[in-house]
Design a protein around this ligand. Sequence first.
Ligand SMILES: Cc1cc2nc3c(=O)[nH]c(=O)nc-3n(C[C@H](O)[C@H](O)[C@H](O)COP(=O)(O)OP(=O)(O)OC[C@H]3O[C@@H](n4cnc5c(N)ncnc54)[C@H](O)[C@@H]3O)c2cc1C
Length: 449
Amino acid sequence: MPTRTVIVLGGGIAGLASAVRLIQRGLKPIVLEKRPFLGGRAYSFIDRETGIEIDNGQHVFVGACKQFQKYIADIGVDDQVTLDDRVRFPVVKQDQISWLRGRKLPSALSNLSMLIGYRHIGITDKIRILWGLLSIKRTNLDIRYDQVTFYDWLKVHHQNEDTIKNFWNLIILPSLNDNINCVSAYTGISLFKVAFLGPIKNAAIGFPLIGLSSLVGERAQNLIETAGGAIKTGFSATSLHMESGQVTGVRNQDGELVKGNAVISAMPASDMTSLLEHSADIQHDFFKPAESVQTAPIVAIHIWYDRPVLSEKYMAILDSPLQWVFNDTLLKSRDDSGAQHIVISLSGAWEWQDRSKEELKEIFTAEMARTFPQARTAIITRFTVVKMLEATFRVSVGSLASRLPQKTPVPGFYLAGDWTDTGWPSTMESAVRSGNLAADCVAEDIANR
Ligand SMILES: Cc1cc2nc3c(=O)[nH]c(=O)nc-3n(C[C@H](O)[C@H](O)[C@H](O)COP(=O)(O)OP(=O)(O)OC[C@H]3O[C@@H](n4cnc5c(N)ncnc54)[C@H](O)[C@@H]3O)c2cc1C
């Protein structure tokens, strides 16, 4: 029997991961991507003003991201990421540095022990937090937890404004790219269950050591093409093609038709729903909830100093607009001839997304100088801003219903993408999981045809 062909729409992490899994299942993927490059929302590019390769946004993962790490190993770049052995990061609050650092203890005890030396929270509040974590452990999640915010849930479980600001939101804001009083208790509780109440390594932070395009795109492309698959960029899918009630192809903006035995949409929810609007044969209530998927912005501020201003690889900053500051020079082990490239990552960045580059420069260079003494005398050699207005999908109250399963009621049509039902928030892990799930559904259905 000839090898069956599966069309994958979208060359982001979900599309590439599904292509790799299709190959592993003996199928031939054809990845069609509308942009001229792969990686989707995780890419790097040469900044026009500075001429330097930068990522579209700081991407980190945690040890619990097992399928992302397997994907990275499958495409042969596992030596290009690094993962700490347990949770440890410094937190600055009003000029004082204190570490959230797990001790060498068994399992979840190590993660809980991070509170011991954390001086931004007093003893009574530490007991509150432990109570909150215990309550999370005892909670059996169901859909009711999607109807209440994590903030309200924490309040009911004896948390106060200080524990919420100095601990819970410190984790929630960068992980879910949204404020704690918007995200659902369902997602907040799941996050802490998986990362902080599981094995030690689950909460450890990991980083790419190279640019995102090289990490997630280039090597996947090599693997897919070497294994007989194909990748076509500059192909913007505009409608699905059906034969005898089955999706068998896709057309692009020029009317070009690419045919296959099945189609996986690995596009963001809004692109998928717009594709269906133009596919007259496929009108199904099943897809309706995807129309309510909402997104949240991330703004990354890049500052190049002529000398080191930060000795750590990354830091969280409380009581400051800085949020999280990353030392790109150190993270990527680059020799910047004594200079330093700093990335300030602003999550839930509605407040910053419409500000001009000049305004942002004024605010954030002053804030850096206020927080890091070395930045007061250092000279800023370059400055740039990357705004990703639809960086992640929101996990607000009621959002669970919009996360569709990978298998659809339309024969031959499957869904992937971080926003589909994976149990994970908008992350690279969710993207890989969705791709794997979609590819497995296709492989099983094709085997049973
Ligand atoms: C600034 C920023 C920071 C982030 N930080 C982190 C982080 O620290 N950790 C983490 O895990 N995640 C992070 N994320 C989220 C992570 O990048 C995403 O969850 C993940 O990349 C989503 O992958 P995806 O394949 O599902 O979707 P996408 O990456 O959006 O891929 C979809 C692809 O479909 C293509 N497409 C759309 N329409 C069409 C069409 N009609 N025809 C053909 N192709 C089409 C798009 O061009 C795109 O390439 C961050 C995201 C951003 C933007």
